[in-house]
Design a protein around this ligand. Structure first.
Ligand SMILES: *[C@@H]1O[C@H](CO)[C@@H](O)[C@H](O)[C@H]1NC(C)=O
Ligand SMILES: *[C@@H]1O[C@H](CO)[C@@H](O)[C@H](O)[C@H]1NC(C)=O
Ligand SMILES: *[C@@H]1O[C@H](CO)[C@@H](O)[C@H](O)[C@H]1NC(C)=O
Ligand SMILES: *[C@@H]1O[C@H](CO)[C@@H](O)[C@H](O)[C@H]1NC(C)=O
Ligand SMILES: *[C@@H]1O[C@H](CO)[C@@H](O)[C@H](O)[C@H]1NC(C)=O
Ligand SMILES: *[C@@H]1O[C@H](CO)[C@@H](O)[C@H](O)[C@H]1NC(C)=O
Ligand SMILES: *[C@@H]1O[C@H](CO)[C@@H](O)[C@H](O)[C@H]1NC(C)=O
Ligand SMILES: *[C@@H]1O[C@H](CO)[C@@H](O)[C@H](O)[C@H]1NC(C)=O
Ligand SMILES: *[C@@H]1O[C@H](CO)[C@@H](O)[C@H](O)[C@H]1NC(C)=O
Ligand SMILES: *[C@@H]1O[C@H](CO)[C@@H](O)[C@H](O)[C@H]1NC(C)=O
Ligand SMILES: *[C@@H]1O[C@H](CO)[C@@H](O)[C@H](O)[C@H]1NC(C)=O
Length: 459
């Protein structure tokens, strides 16, 4: 045995022993502290939040972002949201075996989720939104059957949504919005009957939704699937999700009709189905849902008329956005009863008849878009419209004088009355402060989008 082999032998005996012994001591003294100190060493903490606070001389239970159980003094919650942490999530966290809640949201964490987190069987909350995490949504999440909130939105996850998530049978909130997920949404996800919120908004998901999906989702309150590549029909069972408040399916490729059963959703506040390929009539029961605040059906091929009593039944309406369809008939005479209305967009349809006298009744009005229809008669006086910024009436058959009251609309930014049959004098517009576009006799370039997007009504 020469010196070299002897040394290796000694090394072989000594190093594993010392590591095991040290680890054992640490574990015996306080394994959670050991884990968190490892975590601290692995993560960049440019604001020194952890560096200044997570000191081995104080109990972990007094550390910032750490909560312990009352009796056993083990770490049960880690909340390090918005601390500007960087780097990858270290596998050591998988050793916090009593953890119930993990919140690392709104940091700058990148890389994959370590599979060691799959050992945290007690977890109920996983909140990792607003980071730069990437890789696939791991299938081992399915093993964490007590999780109620899985929030990993606004990251950079790719690949498909794993089937295994169906095993998270207590899941109430599934938030994977603003990632780069693709492929079919597994039908099995829609069998998790505890679900209240599903947000897959803004990914590249394709395929269709199961027709019976709402048979299994009695608690669903929010379904956010807008801005994907989903196709097929809107499930006819939708009316069975009778706790639904927000249904957002816009910016997809849904075809067919709007199911009549949506009219059974008596708690619905926001219906976003715009920018699809829907056709047929808007089922009239929808206009009987008194809780509705926003109806966004723009850019489809819908053809029907609006019920005259619309605003008697939907008095809470804030946004009625129906542009670019084939809707016809009169503008509902009850319009003035929508006293919270902010945006009325019926542009590029086939509406005819008179503009109802009460149309300016809501003092909340910010935009009225009736351009590109077949409206006739006078423009009613604008009694009180303190917030009205956009009034677009071009390409209709409106006639008579332009009402003088228009000079009192002090916030007006964009007024387009071109391509009509107006006559008489142009009112003084001296009072209008922010006014920057005045289209009277020419067809101007319109900037509709900025106004609509700033309203936050595009979902
Ligand atoms: C760490 O932060 C917690 C919570 O902000 C505070 O109560 C504690 O005193 C701090 N400990 C040290 C050593 O700074
Ligand atoms: C984490 O703390 C923030 C406030 O600091 C709080 O808003 C958030 O709800 C907490 N996260 C969890 C999962 O409780
Ligand atoms: C914690 O986990 C890491 C990686 O999963 C492991 O190597 C280490 O031995 C564990 N430490 C403790 C104190 O449990
Ligand atoms: C996240 O990190 C990147 C790269 O280091 C940096 O450019 C970016 O400003 C950081 N974002 C935040 C919110 O700190
Ligand atoms: C997400 O990933 C894509 C492609 O891998 C990359 O180009 C992009 O910068 C990433 N975004 C973030 C916020 O990390
Ligand atoms: C769900 O869990 C069961 C056992 O609990 C297992 O047999 C099954 O493979 C799991 N399903 C998925 C999709 O992972
Ligand atoms: C609406 O609900 C009622 C009562 O639950 C039911 O009879 C009716 O069939 C439903 N309508 C549709 C279109 O699903
Ligand atoms: C709407 O409700 C009114 C009164 O509540 C009722 O008379 C009418 O039949 C309903 N219309 C539809 C289409 O459900
Ligand atoms: C709606 O359709 C019109 C006409 O095809 C198009 O000009 C417009 O850009 C579409 N709107 C959006 C938000 O894509
Ligand atoms: C105008 O709105 C008020 C509520 O602000 C309402 O009481 C009134 O009936 C409405 N008038 C018309 C003509 O619709
Ligand atoms: C403008 O408003 C003032 C104050 O409310 C009112 O007296 C005046 O008649 C209005 N002018 C027009 C043209 O409606």
């Amino acid at each position: 045995m020469n010196y070299h082999t002897c040394f290796l032998l000694l090394l072989g005996l000594f190093i594993p022993c010392s590591v095991v012994c040290l680890a054992m001591t640490a574990r015996n003294l306080n394994s959670d502290q050991f884990v968190l100190l490892e975590f601290k060493d692995c993560i960049a903490d440019p604001q020194n939040v952890l560096a200044n606070n997570w000191s081995a001389s104080t109990s972990v239970c007094n550390w910032i972002g750490v909560s312990c159980g009352i009796i056993h003094k083990r770490v049960i919650a880690l909340n390090l949201t918005s601390m500007n942490l960087r780097g990858t999530i270290p596998p050591h966290l998988g050793n916090l075996s009593f953890l119930l809640s993990l919140d690392l949201s709104s940091n700058n964490l990148s890389g994959h989720l370590p599979k060691e987190l799959g050992k945290l069987h007690r977890l109920r909350i996983i909140q990792l939104s607003y980071n730069r995490l990437n890789g696939e949504i791991p299938a081992w999440l399915g093993n964490l059957q007590r999780v109620q909130r899985l929030e990993m939105g606004n990251n950079n996850f790719t690949g498909t949504i794993p089937q295994a998530l169906v095993n998270m049978s207590n899941l109430e909130i599934l938030n994977l919005q603003f990632n780069q997920l693709s492929g079919q949404v597994p039908y099995s996800i829609f069998k998790i009957s505890a679900l209240k919120i599903v947000s897959l908004f803004s990914n590249s998901l394709s395929g269709s939704l199961p027709n019976d999906m709402c048979q299994h989702l009695p608690k669903l309150e929010g379904l956010y699937l807008s801005r994907n590549e989903l196709s097929g029909n809107i499930p006819s069972s939708m009316g069975k999700c009778n706790n639904l408040q927000i249904l957002a399916l816009s910016y997809n490729q849904f075809t067919g009709i709007i199911p009549r059963s949506i009219g059974n959703l008596t708690r619905l506040e926001k219906l976003y189905l715009g920018l699809n390929n829907l056709e047929g009539q808007i089922p009239t029961p929808i206009f009987n849902i008194s809780s509705l605040k926003t109806i966004f059906l723009s850019n489809n091929s819908l053809s029907s008329s609006l019920p005259n009593g619309l605003c008697y039944h939907c008095p809470m309406l804030e946004g009625l956005l129906l542009e670019h369809n084939e809707l016809s008939g009169n503008i509902p005479s009850s319009m003035g009863e929508c006293y919270q209305l902010q945006i009325l967009n019926l542009a590029a349809n086939k509406f005819s008849g008179l503009i109802p006298k009460s149309i300016f009744n809501s003092t909340m009005l910010q935009g009225i878009y009736l351009n590109d229809n077949s409206l006739e008669g006078n423009l009613p006086p604008i009694t009180n419209a303190p917030k009205l910024e956009n009034l677009l009436l071009w390409r209709n058959k409106l006639s008579g004088n332009i009402p003088n009251s228009i000079s009192n609309v002090s916030m007006l930014k964009e007024l387009d009355l071109s391509d009509n049959l107006f006559s008489g004098p142009i009112p003084t517009l001296g009072n209008l402060r922010l006014f920057n576009k005045w289209y009277y006799s020419c067809v101007g370039v319109l900037s509709l989008d900025s106004a609509k997007i700033s309203m936050g009504l595009w979902r």
